[in-house]
Design a protein around this ligand. Structure first.
Ligand SMILES: [Fe+2]
Length: 507
């Protein structure tokens, strides 16, 4: 049934009393369109997904222009683009304590097909979104296609890449983090951050609102389901776990993490069960595409120990790099990852995470301590798990670096003579670093010092991966400018990994 504006809601009742005595406003009136932040879907399974929106008629004002009361939001899912064949519907509560965000878990649908969805609150109807269930678990599957994105510094450029991504024929968007950047607005940039550096919940909410109002980003959310994980800038540059925070909510960094994690949850199509508990949010999880592909979504930020060797950007590796107690994933996530990889029956096992895993000398014996280069023992344990458990076709997907690379992870990472055990596809940014150029002195140096790197490009874009039983192909989708809108996208290069043969070859 098509929704008409200003239909009478929920049997004409204007207020409902729910369990616990809270009064829900079932017929709210808004001074302006409450759906300015768009709609999204995520966390697809074989029979459902999560639907998301956040009501914000005046996104930069206090409470985003919403009243301090819970509001009823109706939703419906249809099997047709015309929104006439309703297959699921219901009503959710947008609560002021959660920024009037809505996270609806929908289940009981058919595998491997598109669905369309829409929200309604008061007389206002949201834009329409399209989403897709995953193929039946364990079933044979000929092909899966995923987009991989990261790093969308609003100030550095337009989100043209998301407009292109919205038109790709893909099953899922994987976002590897740096969805927002936390710093205050600067002058002389292609676009300007609204407000100061984010510390409080209100400040992080407003920053998400600014990003979410971007039409290109909204188009990519409305076209595909997403699976997201964060990196550092959703909280603060290069933060490490509870670094500077001691778990006490009164502590400045802990308070900042509590605010930032809540704002992240409020603005992402995550499951209601993912709602953070203070400075804790459980993001590591697994998505299954039939018998073809498992995607392990990791969190390399929340559980890591502080970067070693004074955390320099470009330093010699000191003894701390080899500390047995150093953590990149933390014990619980490591166990979950290695156990899952050990029993996986998927042909391809993707490890979707943030920072570069392979060694990368930036100058002779100089490394960045924020990457796995600063965490040698966790890296050795990861490699050991891939080898000992004979993991089928491990593919590492990384973000963070803002440049496109292809690299091969060796059994002993710094020893070029040892066998390749995994392939790492590193996606460039959507906007961070601005226009850039195809090759730079930095790129030439990285390729020269690190023979296991096969490709470099310092222009913006994203990856499209096409996975079949015999091959994983990664297309590097690149734009030649982002500092003004309208750039076309091209497949600059494609690399492929063949089934049973780790490593990447240009195709
Ligand atoms: Fe970034």
């Amino acid at each position: 049934m098509n929704w008409a504006r200003r239909d009478v809601l929920i049997g004409g009742a204007s207020a409902l009393t729910f369990m616990g005595g809270a009064t829900i406003n079932a017929a709210p009136r808004f001074l302006d369109n409450p759906f300015k932040l768009g709609v999204a879907s995520g966390e697809p399974t074989q029979d459902g997904f999560v639907l998301w929106t956040r009501l914000a008629p005046s996104p930069f004002d206090e409470m985003s222009g919403m009243p301090l009361e819970p509001v009823a939001v109706e939703w419906q899912v249809t099997s047709d683009e015309g929104m006439s064949k309703v297959v699921a519907k219901g009503s959710a509560i947008a609560d002021p304590t959660m920024g009037h965000s809505v996270h609806v878990g929908v289940s009981g649908l058919e595998p491997h097909r598109h669905y369309w969805y829409q929200f309604r609150a008061g007389g206002e109807i949201s834009p329409k979104g399209r989403t897709r269930t995953l193929p039946a678990a364990g079933a044979p599957l000929d092909v899966a296609r995923i987009g991989v994105v990261s790093c969308q510094k609003y100030e550095h450029g337009y989100f043209t890449g998301f407009q292109h991504l919205s038109r790709e024929d893909i099953d899922l968007v994987v976002h590897l983090g740096d969805y927002i950047y936390e710093k205050k607005g600067k002058f002389n940039q292609p676009r300007t951050h609204h407000g100061g550096t984010c510390y409080t919940l209100e400040e992080y909410r407003a920053r998400y609102a600014q990003y979410k109002m971007d039409a290109d980003l909204q188009a990519a959310h409305a076209a595909h389901p997403w699976a997201v994980s964060f990196d550092d800038h959703e909280v603060a540059n290069d933060y490490a776990g509870a670094d500077e925070g001691n778990g006490d909510p009164a502590d400045e960094m802990t308070g900042r993490r509590i605010a930032a994690y809540q704002a992240y949850y409020e603005n992402m199509p995550l499951r209601p069960a993912t709602k953070p508990n203070g400075p804790h949010i459980q993001l590591f999880r697994r998505l299954h595409f039939g018998n073809l592909l498992a995607i392990n979504m990791l969190d390399t930020r929340q559980y890591r120990t502080v970067q070693p060797c004074y955390a320099g950007k470009k330093v010699e590796r000191c003894d701390e790099v080899f500390d047995q107690k150093a953590a990149m994933l933390g014990m619980a996530q490591e166990k979950w990852l290695y156990d899952g990889l050990g029993v996986s029956s998927a042909r391809w096992n993707a490890i979707a995470q943030q920072v570069i895993v392979v060694p990368r000398q930036l100058a002779e014996n100089r490394y960045s301590m924020d990457k796995w280069d600063g965490y040698e023992m966790p890296r050795r344990r990861l490699i050991g798990a891939l080898e000992e458990r004979r993991v089928s076709n491990p593919i590492i997907l990384s973000g963070d670096n803002h440049r496109h690379y292809v690299a091969e992870l060796k059994s002993k990472p710094e020893d070029q003579e040892t066998p390749v055990i995994a392939t790492e596809y590193i996606g460039g940014s959507i906007a961070s670093r601005g226009d850039g150029s195809e090759m730079t002195n930095y790129g030439r140096r990285v390729l020269k010092l690190n023979p296991h790197f096969k490709y470099f490009c310092d222009q913006r874009g994203y990856l499209v991966c096409t996975i079949t039983p015999t091959q994983w192909r990664t297309d590097y989708r690149v734009m030649i400018y982002v500092e003004r809108p309208g750039a076309p996208v091209e497949t600059r290069v494609s690399f492929a990994t063949q089934d049973g043969r780790p490593g990447a070859t240009k195709v």
